[in-house]
Design a binder for this molecule. Structure first.
Ligand SMILES: [Fe+2]
Length: 441
């Protein structure tokens, strides 16, 4: 987001961002009953009531104790909400705060934070400079909101969430080319100036990227159904060895939440509603191995993280890397499908105003995009404000996802933002697009 230079506007912006996150947290936790909040809907996820109190606990740790120098409000609960102490599958057996106590703890912390915000000076060190740590906490809550949305998607039972469907894709979609050419050369990857960027997005550094072609949109359900129909799940040669092993073990035959209907039709379950799979929407709930196999089937490959960022941020006219595909302005509803405004991605080819200079669309919003790359530090990386944010995750076991989804809030989504997950992960709102090397003339 664009950060205000003067303290009073910055205070208002921080309060607004924290408020947006809390409104969403309430929306995701007030729509179900107590039993539903305490229940574990999948061993992959925490009970919703854990996320609720964890968000408040991190806010208390970083803002009230870290910035405000206050004593812990309830030191005995800290270990319960330390994500590194207890894996998700074990969290339901912990003596967690019951829903009403979790709510009042979150409410009390927020009240004190807003008091602190009124008095804080943004010039007492790096943690508060440009409101960084407040921005980090707003992003943290929004990231847990996205996780809670994934819990809702895994939850069985009648639907409890509602949102307007996406607008139809623009009529000129049929005339769109299948791919765009991104010219070769050096571009600036990462950032040293984005005030609320996290440590793994830093620092800005030059990367030489040879010319390549990139899909103009994320891969659609229709295209993915062709891969299934062509026997893509049964062709070992299309799969990376670990991917084939996982495909056998987990008996993968289609994206998560899909089932076969009658007459060759595919159905999917989306937030408690079973509906025909919409052909034009980007495919979602596929793991990295499925994305990788599809790309090989299509005679292509996944883009590297550097290729994805260059296609998104590089402006050949100025030679500069911008904040978003459309320029430096913050996202709006006309530019990208973000912030859980809809409960689904928009049809592939939507958001022409949000296109990158290359012509590629929907790089930001709609679905997270798997890239070919492992999650690794940039040259010159320095862990900040703590190693557990990113450093402990660096390595080949995680793949990088880029661009955010309909489920990601703008505060936690930008051209430099890096997400990471295991290559077997399917409950996240992830799809992909494919690339190929440019022919050398
Ligand atoms: Fe967290």
């Amino acid at each position: 987001m664009t950060i205000a230079a003067d303290a009073s506007t910055l205070r208002d912006e921080i309060a607004a961002r924290l408020g947006t996150a809390r409104k969403r947290t309430h929306g995701l936790t007030n729509c179900v009953d107590e039993a539903d909040l305490i229940r574990q809907h999948s061993p992959l996820m925490s009970p919703l009531v854990w996320d609720l109190a964890h968000v408040a606990n991190q806010e208390e740790l970083w803002l009230l104790r870290g910035v405000g120098g206050r004593d812990p409000m309830h030191p005995e609960i800290d270990p319960l909400y330390d994500a590194f102490e207890h894996p998700r599958a074990k969290r339901p057996s912990l003596p967690l705060l019951p829903p009403e106590e979790a709510r009042s703890y979150a409410h009390e912390v927020r009240g004190r934070v807003l008091d602190l915000l009124e008095r804080v000076s943004f010039s007492t060190g790096r943690l508060v400079e440009h409101g960084f740590v407040f921005g980090m906490i707003a992003q943290h809550e929004q990231q847990h909101d996205e996780t809670m949305l994934a819990t809702h998607q895994l939850r069985k039972g009648s639907p409890v969430l509602s949102a307007p469907p996406p607008d139809p894709a623009p009529a000129e979609l049929l005339g769109l080319p299948a791919e765009v050419l991104v010219p070769g050369g050096t571009f600036t990857m990462g950032t040293s100036t984005e005030p609320w960027a996290l440590d793994n997005e830093r620092p800005a550094h030059p990367v030489d990227v040879p010319p390549f072609h990139l899909d103009v949109t994320p891969v659609s359900n229709a295209a993915y159904i062709e891969f299934i129909a062509d026997g893509g799940y049964d062709e070992q040669r299309l799969w990376n060895p670990a991917g084939w092993e996982y495909r056998q073990k987990a008996k993968l035959t289609a994206p998560l939440f899909w089932e076969r209907g009658g007459a060759g039709q595919w159905l999917r379950r989306r937030f408690g509603v079973t509906e025909p799979v919409p052909a034009a929407e980007p495919v979602m709930h596929v793991c990295w191995y499925e994305a990788d196999a599809y790309a090989r089937w299509a005679g292509r490959r996944l883009p590297s993280e550097a290729e994805w960022e260059k296609a998104t941020r590089f402006d050949p006219r100025s030679g500069r890397s911008r904040r978003y595909p459309w320029g430096d302005a913050d996202p709006t509803a006309a530019l990208a499908n973000l912030g859980q405004r809809h409960l689904r991605p928009a049809p592939a080819g939507s958001y022409p105003q949000g296109a990158a200079p290359s012509g590629a669309r929907q790089l930001i919003g709609d679905v997270w995009e798997w890239t070919a790359s492992d999650f690794l530090p940039y040259p010159g990386f320095v862990a900040y404000p703590y190693p557990e944010y990113s450093e402990v995750f660096f390595g080949p076991e995680y793949k990088v996802l880029r661009g955010g989804a309909f489920s990601a809030d703008p505060v936690a989504c930008r051209g430099t933002f890096r997400n990471w997950d295991y290559p077997i992960r399917r409950q996240i709102f992830a799809g992909f697009r494919t690339a190929r090397d440019a022919d050398l003339a």
